[in-house]
Design a binder for this molecule. Sequence first.
Ligand SMILES: [Zn+2]
Length: 102
Amino acid sequence: MNEQATKLIKNMLTVLDNCVDIIPGDGDGVQDDIQALNLAITALEKQIPKKIYHKTWADIDGVPYDLCPNCENNLCTTGLLANRKGKYCSDCGQKLDWEESE
Ligand SMILES: [Zn+2]
């Protein structure tokens, strides 16, 4: 569903991009629309769950850290003060897919 919406918006973006050159004037309104659509794409793409990214730091006894696949924020799910595995990254709002790491 979100993949479809993202594809649709990307198509609209392509159309708008092509229009900029043929619209009389400075095309400021179209530029605003393009910016709004880009924001919409970013928001929609964050709704598509992405697999957690594991990173092992040599000095942490080989315990893999769970990182956000979008911004690489440490999700802090290991150690004494471990957070619960949330549905979204608290930093960038990326929807998270924990399936493989359970
Ligand atoms: Zn993130």
